[in-house]
Design a binder for this molecule. Structure first.
Ligand SMILES: [Zn+2]
Length: 349
């Protein structure tokens, strides 16, 4: 849902954020399915677990804890049955991004979830690539992919994800990730699969420190050679880790509302983003699974601005951080940075 803001005049930070050209680095493909899309998919592929009425869906998307979130998420994954579902979902997600002035996004895609459900792998790759090209030319949204291992599915899924990433390598693929639960899913076991992806030229961006402590983030850095960390919420518990992240310019992909929804933080006011920024860590703001968490990227920027006490210039810095930390082509980075500067200059004038 979008935040209506408090006014439309100069000084209204909500309006500044809405018009700000943005990049998003941590947002999941299936987790971006809006209730309308989910309802459409549920109607096409009836599943008694998933309501088709958008109001009932909103209720369905209220999570008791992280395990419950994973359960609901997987029931939505189960609605993606054929390549046309994949193409529609991807393009519609880009449409929602365009509405928020998100101009570049690295979308975390879990191909294993689809190929093991019988969607032919080549058709899957064609569907996301087709949607990517259409999103760029028709909506002005540049998409890139992060293929992630669903941690809960074990090493077989890691092997398969690495194979799909390296052997089928769609043009838009830039990185390799690891998601799902962290408790009981140690990071070091995924080292061989990350080694393969990195050797193939992909960037390493695992989730870590979302529901476990800083040791998981160290593991992601040491064993998976993480270049960015998904969440990293527990990093501030280890000052030496914060120092390391700052010194080595390892960005964190911070998703405030997601952390609250999955109970990774007890309240937004308790979110450690302030400590991250104070320590000099490159912080980026993201929405993770926005419709499932009743949020969107603009709302996450507003929350970050409140927590960090930022004005328009400070918010523009957060937007620049995301561009800097991205794996976008240089010309996309340069033009986005220039547009952010122009938006701020116009606002300040
Ligand atoms: Zn995530």
């Amino acid at each position: 849902m979008s935040n209506p803001g408090t006014g439309t005049g100069p000084g209204d930070l909500s309006a500044f954020i809405a018009g700000l050209p943005k990049a998003e680095l941590h947002v999941h493909h299936v987790g971006s399915a809006s209730p309308r899309i989910v309802a459409e998919l549920a109607a096409r592929h009836p599943n008694p677990a998933v309501p088709t009425d958008p109001e009932a869906l909103a209720e369905y998307f209220t999570f008791r804890d992280f395990a419950h979130f994973i359960e609901v998420y997987l029931s939505v994954v189960d609605l993606i049955r054929d390549a046309e579902d994949v193409r529609l979902l991807t393009y519609e997600v880009a449409r929602d991004m365009a509405r928020q002035n998100i101009r570049y996004a690295e979308l975390t895609v879990t191909p294993y979830s689809s190929t093991r459900r019988g969607i032919p792998e080549v058709a899957f790759m064609e569907a996301i690539e087709d949607a990517r090209r259409a999103a760029e030319s028709e909506l002005g949204v540049v998409l890139r992919w992060c293929f992630d291992i669903p941690g809960e599915a074990g090493l077989e899924s890691a092997e398969e994800t690495a194979r799909l990433a390296c052997d089928l390598r769609p043009e838009g693929l830039v990185s390799f990730g690891l998601g799902g639960p962290e408790v009981g899913v140690p990071r070091p076991q995924f080292k061989p699969y990350f080694d393969r992806a990195i050797a193939d030229g992909l960037h390493s961006v695992p989730h870590a420190g979302e529901t476990t402590g800083p040791e998981t983030i160290w593991d992601a850095l040491t064993f998976l050679r993480a270049e960015r960390i998904g969440h990293g919420t527990s990093a501030p518990r280890d000052p030496r880790l914060l120092e390391y992240l700052a010194e080595h310019r390892i960005p964190l992909e911070v998703c405030p509302t997601s952390n609250l929804a999955t109970r990774a933080v007890p309240s937004l006011d308790d979110h450690p983003v302030t400590e991250m920024v104070k320590a000099g860590v490159l912080v980026t703001i993201n929405s993770d699974d926005p419709p499932m968490f009743g949020t969107d990227l603009c709302t996450e920027y507003e929350i970050a601005a409140r927590l960090l006490g930022l004005d328009a210039a400070g918010v523009a810095t957060l937007a620049r951080n995301a561009v800097t930390a991205s794996f976008a082509p240089d010309h996309v980075k340069a033009s986005l940075l220039a547009e952010i500067d122009a938006h701020l200059a116009a606002w300040s004038a």
